[in-house]
Write a protein that binds this ligand. Structure first.
Ligand code: NAI
Ligand code: MG
Length: 369
């Protein structure tokens, strides 16, 4: 059995609390002989600042580069609001994304049947939802140059952001989406605004070419990003994999996420390029939520986002799709049993703690084995 190297970066606030529940799962998988994970732990964000006055140490960066996957909690909190900008907690996460060249951000939106009534959409529209948004993460308007604010001298200022995409950037994010679709319902919807943006014209052209050349077996549809947003809130089940640029992806993935309920439920993966030699890719898995200082240290955090982020690691870094399916099934079973952390519970019921939720998910997983 292959040994997989994991770097755990719990971070700040509820990060260490929810990471504890992933550790519980890893320990069991190791002791039951189902998988072989070698884990190391590092400091990131405020916790790294407190220890070393940095947002992540060079030693931990080296560990991150050597790991098969990074499991990341969350960083930040009011305690570090006044630290110098270069070493603010978020800088650690940004450095990881940049140095590992994590250009593909995967955000699933899945509706667990037991939570269908918590959605802003009608049960009919949301029940059974299972889509993934693939967002380009290292290009586009967030990074394009020029990026300036100029004083025009007449009482006016001019702000410029630049959307830039090269062919190779669109090709590689396209491949991530098509590969993913092949393992799912075999459909990709590419979203851009070719009607008003040159980058949208190129995006459309390159997606069409990659599809024709490398993935003719997958269904490809093109949709303008604005009407795509409307479709997402009207009938999201028409989609399987949505692939889009950094800016549209930021918004569309947040919209899709809220269709299904609490921040405490949402996982994500950020992937780099596949290395030609080792066939491995750099990857970081993290919940969408932050460090939730308002509930930190109280044992109230929902560990499901963190646990399903680990499930994504099993699926996308370690080719353990069957085990990942079981993790998802264990979460669904626990929710179906009525157990709820505070963020997803209904009025008048008592909330489970972080630990109770983690233990219950592990028990269900054990039953599935
Ligand atoms: P947040 O996601 O930490 O919290 C927003 C709300 O959701 C809070 O009421 C919180 O209690 C609740 N919440 C979040 N995760 C939860 C969970 N697992 N279980 C139950 N409830 C949960 O976002 P906020 O408050 O805007 O930011 C707090 C700190 O986190 C800030 O310092 C921010 O910069 C940082 N942050 C870090 C991120 C990261 O590490 N990737 C992402 C977002 C924010
Ligand atoms: Mg966002």
């Amino acid at each position: 059995m292959a040994t997989h190297k994991l770097l755990l970066l719990p971070g700040d606030g509820i990060g260490p609390e929810v990471m504890g529940e992933v550790k519980r799962l890893i320990d069991w998988l190791n002791s039951a002989g189902i998988a072989k994970f070698e884990t190391d732990t590092g400091l990131v964000g405020g916790s790294a600042y407190d220890a070393h006055k940095v947002s992540i140490s060079e030693g931990d960066m080296a560990k991150a580069l050597a790991a098969d996957a990074i499991i990341f909690g969350a960083v930040g909190g009011p305690k570090w609001d006044a630290v110098p900008y270069e070493v603010r907690p978020e800088a650690g996460l940004l450095r990881l994304r940049k140095d590992l060249a994590l250009f593909a951000n995967l955000r699933p939106a899945v509706c667990y049947p037991a939570l269908a009534d918590a959605s802003s959409l009608k049960r009919d529209a949301i029940e059974g939802l299972d889509i993934v948004i693939v967002r380009e993460l290292t290009g586009g308007v967030y990074f394009g140059e020029p990026k300036t604010i100029t004083d025009l001298g007449n009482g006016q200022k001019r702000a410029i952001d630049t959307q830039v995409y090269d062919t190779y950037e669109i090709e590689r994010i396209g491949r991530v989406a098509f590969e993913l679709a092949r393992k799912r319902k075999n459909k990709v919807t590419s979203m851009e605004k070719r009607n008003v943006m040159k980058s949208g014209v190129l995006w459309n052209e390159v997606m069409t070419a990659v599809h024709k050349r490398e993935y003719p077996d997958v269904t490809l549809e093109h949709q303008l990003a604005d009407s795509g947003g409307m479709m997402l809130v009207k009938w999201p089940k028409q989609f399987d994999v949505i692939v889009t640029d950094n800016l549209f992806g930021d918004m569309l993935s947040d919209i899709a996420a809220m269709l299904t309920g609490s921040l405490g439920m949402l996982p994500s993966a950020s992937l780099g390029e596949v290395d030609v030699k080792s066939k491995k890719r750099k990857a970081l898995y993290e919940p969408v939520h932050g460090s939730a200082p308002d509930i930190a240290g109280k044992g109230l955090a929902n560990p499901i986002a963190m646990i399903s982020s680990f499930g994504m690691a099993l699926r996308y870094s370690f080719d353990m799709g069957d085990l990942a399916d079981k993790v998802d099934a264990a979460i669904a079973a626990v929710l179906a049993s009525g157990l709820r952390t505070a963020d997803i519970k209904s009025e008048g019921t008592t909330a489970a703690s972080t630990t109770q939720m983690g233990e219950a998910i592990l028990m269900e997983l054990q039953k599935l084995h």
